[in-house]
Design a protein around this ligand. Structure first.
Ligand SMILES: *Cc1c(COP(=O)(O)O)cnc(C)c1O
Length: 385
């Protein structure tokens, strides 16, 4: 099976986790602190606060910024539902923003419209699949109105824009260490910020409201338990040593897919030195007329031993949000189109060049076969990787 992704766990990672397990000190401690330092110094920011996952990171970020009951928060319509869910979880109201056709990120023009029409208290900008959003244009709009931006950089550790890392542009950036992301701690998240008040608030919020700076234990407000374990921290430290290599390996494979698919009717993500996309997910667009066959193409690829997925949605049209806000599909036409045509291809460091050739050969064959035949009948010969 050519897997969509395989987390890169080596013997050094396993030894790092084992050492913590043997030590008997399992909850947040010195390895979590070391992981925070490693991420902060890598992306070049003052504070990093590790939490249990990126959803927790986004949730605490909104609370730390004082976002609450009834506040409007602008959110990219095309994302994993967590991005909008955290807005609901603090009692605020998501105002969905349509995306750009090429980058799948917040369309600054659509954002401007939402900012003009609503009293927006914060913007949640997603770096879709690791591709940096146009932070200069987004910040030019929000800074004029004094609206803080939280970057959902869940997929974007190691991605850069104008030589500055994704996650370090807005008031707060949030990373994920889920196994599908650039590096992994199983589950895990990180809040990064230059604002020490925000960092302190997040440190208290993740740990029952305990004052992170008090000499004598004190509790400032009812907080959560959203801590990371110390063995995850140790895994994070070990994984961080490989982040640049990961990005390089992924970019090589993204470039090869781009070469293989050039001149076909499949749209591929662009390859640039700036922005530097980490290709956490390699997402192609099927031709419009093949979009309705996407499920059958996924099944056809699986029969040939290739795992592909959809994975990202028009959040406004999922049942919770469409029922609550009656989202009109026509309001987010680009998100709708991209969500209907997108397909994530396998991409990981164990994927060989010939594996990629096979993936593309199978994909193109399935695309060009008759749409009327059921998938079983279209597989005329078994193909081997
Ligand atoms: C993965 C992901 C999340 C959630 O991260 P977790 O660590 O799984 O909570 C949020 N937003 C985006 C864009 C993601 O891709």
């Amino acid at each position: 099976m050519i897997r969509l992704t395989i987390p890169d766990i080596d013997e050094e990672d396993i030894a790092a986790v084992n050492a913590v397990l043997r030590s008997g000190f399992l909850v947040q401690g010195k390895y979590v602190a070391a992981f925070e330092d490693a991420v902060a110094s890598y992306v070049g920011i003052r504070h990093a606060v590790a939490v249990s996952n990126c959803t927790a990171a986004l949730h605490l970020s909104l609370i730390a910024l004082g976002i609450g009951e009834g506040d409007a928060v602008a959110v990219s319509a095309y994302s994993w539902p967590a991005t909008a869910n955290v807005v609901e979880l603090v009692g605020a109201v998501p105002k969905f923003v349509d995306i750009d056709k090429e980058t799948y990120n917040l369309d600054p023009q659509a954002l401007e419209q939402v900012l003009l029409e609503n009293d927006v208290k914060a913007v949640l900008a997603v770096h879709a699949f690791g591709n940096p959003a146009d932070m200069r244009r987004i910040l030019a709009l929000t800074q004029a109105m004094n609206v803080p931006v939280v970057e959902d950089a869940a997929c974007a550790l190691g991605s850069r824009l104008h030589n500055r890392f994704a996650g370090t542009w807005g008031a707060i950036g949030c990373f994920s260490f889920h196994p599908r992301k650039a590096i992994t701690t199983g589950e895990g998240g990180m809040i990064v910020t230059d604002d020490s008040k925000v960092a302190d608030a997040c440190r208290a919020l993740r740990n029952h409201g305990q004052d992170p700076n008090a000499a004598q234990s004190d509790f400032l407000f009812p907080g959560f338990n959203m801590r990371m374990t110390d063995f995850q921290g140790a895994l994070g430290v070990s994984q961080m040593k490989k982040i640049e290599q990961h990005v390089t390996e992924r970019r090589i494979r993204a470039a090869h897919y781009g070469d293989l698919l050039r001149g076909t009717n499949v749209q591929v993500p662009a390859i640039h030195d700036d922005p530097r996309h980490n290709y956490q997910s390699y997402v192609i667009l099927l031709p419009s007329r093949a979009a309705e066959r996407r499920d059958r193409i996924i099944v056809g690829l699986r029969k040939r031993g290739i795992e592909t997925t959809i994975g990202t949605y028009n959040i406004a049209s999922t049942s919770f949000y469409s029922k609550k806000y009656g989202a009109d599909r026509a309001s987010y036409p680009i998100t709708d189109e991209i969500a209907a045509r997108a397909l994530t291809l396998p991409l990981h460091e164990q994927l060989s060049t010939s594996g990629q050739d096979y993936v593309v050969r199978c994909l193109l064959r399935l695309l060009h076969e008759s749409a009327d035949l059921p998938p079983e009948e279209r597989v005329s010969e078994p193909l081997n990787p």
